[in-house]
Structure formats: structure tokens, C-alpha cells
Design a protein around this ligand. Sequence first.
Ligand SMILES: *[C@@H]1O[C@H](CO)[C@@H](O)[C@H](O)[C@H]1NC(C)=O
Ligand SMILES: *[C@@H]1O[C@H](CO)[C@@H](O)[C@H](O)[C@H]1NC(C)=O
Ligand SMILES: *[C@@H]1O[C@H](CO)[C@@H](O)[C@H](O)[C@H]1NC(C)=O
Ligand SMILES: *[C@@H]1O[C@H](CO)[C@@H](O)[C@H](O)[C@H]1NC(C)=O
Length: 382
Amino acid sequence: MAKLILICKASAVVLLTSLLLNSSIANGQQTGRGINDYPQLWDNVPDSLDGFVTIHNKTVINPWNYLERMGMYKILLSVTAKYMNNFGPGNTGNVLWGLPLQHGWQFKTGRLADPSNVSSCGHQTGDSLCISTRSWWSCMNYYLATIPFLGAVEAGFFDEWPFEVEILPPEEHMGDFCYNTADCHALIPDTMTKWTTFFQLLKNTKDISQNTLSPNISPEEDNIWHHMWIAHVASIEAALTKFSERLRYISAPEAQFGVSWGSAVEFIAATHFHTNFNQTNIFQAYLPQRMLLANDKAPSIPDLSKEENWTLLALDILYKGNKMTDGWLLKVWRRSMCSERGRAEGRYLLENIAANPDLISSGIRKLLLEYIKNHNCAITDA
Ligand SMILES: *[C@@H]1O[C@H](CO)[C@@H](O)[C@H](O)[C@H]1NC(C)=O
Ligand SMILES: *[C@@H]1O[C@H](CO)[C@@H](O)[C@H](O)[C@H]1NC(C)=O
Ligand SMILES: *[C@@H]1O[C@H](CO)[C@@H](O)[C@H](O)[C@H]1NC(C)=O
Ligand SMILES: *[C@@H]1O[C@H](CO)[C@@H](O)[C@H](O)[C@H]1NC(C)=O
């Protein structure tokens, strides 16, 4: 009982703080910046396996090169396009857009470069397309790029391709990664299975394109988002554990941001957030557009925008609030997101919170209502 009261207090403090901070800081308008931004160098990225070198009957992909890693995403967008007709015109609704757009943001903001300053990998003065195995962001992203790609391979998306696909290992830390489906099932079985399951689900979804586009998403569509997020969260959870020692190469505020962002993704996932082309662009405009330095302290980083300042602070509060209450916040959030109605409220809140801080109190009220209604809910991974 005492513990429960403590937890309630703690979360009340968290919610109240975020409420106050939100209304005093984030009263800016949605600028609309970021819309229609393709990832960096998108036109130079190969969109089919033809764009890669094939030697000795093996098509070779080097995931430690930005164009090639991004190429895996562009290929995935292309081969899944036919299952995404109902999600939006011109493949803009593809559920995978969040991944390449995030990767483009990582590249643009210097997060894929060698942070240890030992090599010139990823730096403008050196091999600017190189992705460093010492970068925490690069390693995290490997699990959200190569693993999904191999999941699609396993689900049979490239069965027509006449050659074997070979993923090149990096020069160091080889044991931290996997290079083919069998390898990945051995290294991170749960994550690999979830990505394969997601791609198999797509393959088996035939009816969806016959529905007409409607504002309410169908259970089939929601199921696709659901499985994408299950796999996404599994990748982050596996990678967070594996790559925590990479955090020592980056500044303390950057490390804190990275970890709290990883944790926030679990809240985002629970809403089955629609990380399509448009939404992801709007959303990630609020993420810091440069790496954080040792002396940066949100929300008073002068050269960041108001929204970037606020986002950093909000992520910090969310992370600490959840940690302080032993994961209770995430549990409450997940239960509120157990119904489609709750998830729709959650998505609406996430989409509009930065532009309209007044939403937060009415949003929390609605979510609590869903929380109470969803008492019989079996909480799943995402
Ligand atoms: C590539 O595959 C073809 C068809 O299976 C085979 O004839 C050829 O010898 C192979 N080439 C190499 C270099 O293994
Ligand atoms: C994305 O925005 C474009 C341009 O405003 C619009 O035509 C398209 O329908 C949007 N896509 C989705 C999935 O909402
Ligand atoms: C290495 O670090 C120093 C000091 O932090 C910096 O001035 C320099 O530009 C860095 N070099 C590279 C290659 O990033
Ligand atoms: C970010 O926050 C700091 C402190 O509140 C402020 O000085 C800075 O101007 C903010 N950036 C913008 C563009 O609002």
C-alpha cells in the first residue's frame, strides 16, 4: 500500500511537471518543417538488388556504408509497396518509412560517424559515407536495418533473385552483429523471429488493398502496425543491452538522450503510431538536429529550436518518471493503449502535443478513462 501511494505521488509529480513545463515552453506552432524530406542522398541510394555488386554468384551488401544500408531500406519499401496501397497514395503510407527517415536523420546530424575520434569514418574530412561500429546510433540502427532486411529475405521476398545475398561483416566487433538468417536466429532469436513474422504477415495479407481508403483503420491494417512495432521494440531491446558500452564514446547529454529516446519508442509503439512518410517527417523535426555536447542542458540549449529543447526535456522526464516508478508509467500507458480507441487517443496526443500544449490535460483524462475501461486487457509486447 505504501509503495502504491509512493508510486502514485511520483507519477503525479511527473505528470504535473510535464504539464507545467509543456505549457510554459512549448507554446509554439507546428512549423510544418520537415514535410517531404526524403532521407539524405536518397537519389543515390540503390532501390533494387541490381544496384549492388554481385561476385561469384553472391550479391554483396556492406551495411557499414550509408548508401548501402539505406539501400536495404529502399528495397524493403519497394518490395512491400504492393501491400501498402491502402495506407496512403504513392507508398507514402508504407509502415516502414519511419526506419529510413530515422536513419537519414542520424546521418544528417553526424550520429553515424566515429565519435571516438580515432578514425575519420563518417566525418566530412574522411570517408563521409562510412558508418562507424563505434557509434552507438549506428549499432542500434543495425538491428533496425539489417535484421528487418534478413527477415524479409527469410519470409521469401527475394526468392526470385538468382543469387545469394551476403552481408559484409565490419572490421571490428564482428561478434556483435549477424550476417544471415541462420546467424541472426542464433544471436538474437526473438528479434529475428519477430521481423520474419512481420514480413510473413504482409505476404499473407491479400485482401487489404481491396478496401477503400477510410479514415478509420481496419483491424487488418492495425495488425500490420502492431507487428511492425513488436519487431521494432524487440530490436531496440536487444540492441540497448548489447551496445550500452558504446555510450562511453559520446557526451553524457547525448547518451542520456539516446537512452531516453530508446525508451520513449516503447510508449510510441504502444499507440501503434503511424510512422509513415508524413508523420515521421513531422515528428522527427523535433529531435535535436546536431549531437549534444557535454555542456548542453535542455531546455536551455541556445542553438536548438524551442521544440527541440522541449522534446529533450520531455524525453528526460518520461524516462526518469518511468524509471522512478519502476516501469509503472509504461504499464499504465500500455493498458490505456489496449483498445483501438485508446490508441487513437494516444496517437492524437503524440501528433499534436508539441503544437498544442492545452491538449495534455484533456488527453490524460481521456487516457485514464481508457485505462479504467481496459481492465481486462492482456498486455502484449507493443
Ligand atoms: C554461378 O552460378 C551459375 C548457375 O548456377 C553457374 O553455372 C556458375 O558456375 C556459377 N559461377 C560461380 C563463379 O560460381
Ligand atoms: C502525405 O502527404 C501528401 C501531401 O500532402 C498526401 O498527398 C498524402 O496522402 C499523405 N500520405 C499519407 C499516408 O497520409
Ligand atoms: C577530435 O576531437 C577534437 C577535440 O574534441 C576536435 O577538435 C577534432 O575536430 C576532432 N577530430 C575529428 C577528426 O573529429
Ligand atoms: C531553446 O531553449 C533556450 C532556453 O529556453 C532558449 O534560449 C533558446 O532560444 C531555445 N531555442 C529556441 C529557438 O527557442
